[in-house]
Design a protein. Structure first.
Length: 153
């Protein structure tokens, strides 16, 4: 997906098995952040950054939604362990990750594998992508502040 594209309507199931749709956020702005794996150091730091800055993000008009290919059960434990205050989508078949363009070839120590590309999408009230943070731009420990710097201009 690119800036100007609309999010797919069906985003997936959250940690409680509820279907999450783009239209659930109609009239609201959204931070949709894609991360590789629950309970890994970088992903935990990124989730905690969102958690700790949720009020500032909401004051800026944004709701937060995370997505990875981990299961709903894994997400539930991750949320409880780190007291996360936003939902996580379990994209176990990678359909959403692929639609977003956040699934692709990774190079780990010279070995090429397919996997999740850490990416964040800022979405306006109409479900249109207005900004994309590419993997190399994201600083996990301060990612919420990176978002706030963009949205507050």
């Amino acid at each position: 997906m690119e800036i100007g594209d609309k999010l797919p309507e069906v985003l997936g199931l959250d940690q409680d098995g509820r279907e999450i749709k783009a239209s659930d956020y109609a009239g609201k702005k959204l931070v949709l952040y894609v991360y590789p794996k629950d309970n890994t150091p970088g992903c935990t730091a990124e989730a905690q950054s969102m958690r700790d800055n949720i009020e500032a993000l909401r004051e800026a008009g944004y709701e937060v939604l995370g997505v990875s290919k981990d299961s709903a059960a894994s997400h539930k434990k991750f949320i409880e362990k780190h007291e996360l205050n936003f939902p996580l989508i379990a994209d176990t078949d990678t359909a959403l990750l692929q639609a977003l363009g956040a699934w692709g070839e990774k190079n780990n120590y010279g070995k090429k594998t397919m996997g999740t590309l850490r990416t964040t999408y800022l979405v306006d009230e109409n479900g249109v992508i207005t900004h994309i943070f590419q993997p190399k731009q994201i600083k996990t420990k301060e990612h919420a502040q990176q978002i706030l710097d963009i949205v507050k201009g």
